[in-house]
Write a protein that binds this ligand. Structure first.
Ligand code: HPA
Length: 234
């Protein structure tokens, strides 16, 4: 039976398509709200994972934890040990452009980063971490069909939530980077390294420009728009 230090499914299936919210309780909420025939496949470290059915297709949903080390571990194992092929992060982000409002949906075509994650590959230059074209193309089409406006572009995967430098985000903003989150770049690199598909779909939870923010209660329901796009990608 396949098992790792962090994921012990004890024979329960993990689907080829996995949605990865940061919060394991959001994974539970998604499984309970949107899926049928749900089985739980992980409880290790309370990083809950579930497999269920959506529109007749099997799909899994599991917490990724916060930050690139955490999603780096879980996505590596899902890909290399459990054979997952489509890994879709669904999360929140801080808007870095004034055109973006709270609850807008952002899709990361590319993920810039201030992390050292890429150093493991010994690049003699800077690697562009990008989304899977297949998943991105499909997500944009689904959004159009559902009349859900989405903004597609570059996002920043940051190692730092509480930055000591109050101006640290300015150079990224000046390059048109849409929003900041903390996981996509590692997910995109792991997917590229092992030849599978990854995408990151985000909902704006706060703005680094206007300093508005959402409450946790508001987020739970507002994230439905993003979830409905992600679920169609199975
Ligand atoms: N920074 C990093 N990650 C985030 C933010 C932020 O401001 N908002 C939501 N996720």
């Amino acid at each position: 039976m396949k098992s790792t230090a962090h994921i012990k499914p004890e024979g329960v299936e993990i689907a080829e398509t996995v949605l990865l919210p940061g919060d394991p309780l959001r994974a539970k909420f998604i499984a309970e709200t949107f899926l049928t025939d749900v089985v739980q496949f992980n409880t290790v470290r309370n990083m809950f994972g579930f497999t269920g059915t959506y529109n007749g297709k099997r799909i899994s949903v599991m917490g990724s934890g916060m930050g690139m080390p955490s999603i780096g571990i879980y996505s590596w194992e899902l890909i290399n040990v459990f054979g997952c092929k489509n890994l879709i992060r669904i999360g929140s982000c801080g808007a870095m452009q004034k055109e973006l409002n709270l609850y807008d949906v952002v899709i990361g075509m590319g993920a810039s980063t201030n992390s050292n994650y890429a150093s493991q590959y010994n690049f003699n230059g800077t690697y562009s971490a990008i989304a899977s074209w297949d998943l991105l193309n499909k997500a944009v089409k689904v959004a159009e069909e559902k009349n859900t406006p989405v903004t597609v572009g570059n996002i920043l995967s940051s190692d730092i939530f509480y930055n000591a430098d109050p101006n640290a985000m300015k150079p990224w903003m000046d390059m048109g980077v849409l929003a900041v989150e903390m996981e996509a770049a590692a997910l995109y690199m792991n997917a590229a390294k092992f030849g599978v598909n990854a995408l990151c779909i985000l909902t704006v939870s706060d703005s680094l420009i206007t300093h508005e923010e959402t409450t946790p209660e508001e987020r739970q329901t507002a994230f439905t728009k993003m979830m409905e796009i992600a679920l169609e990608l199975a």
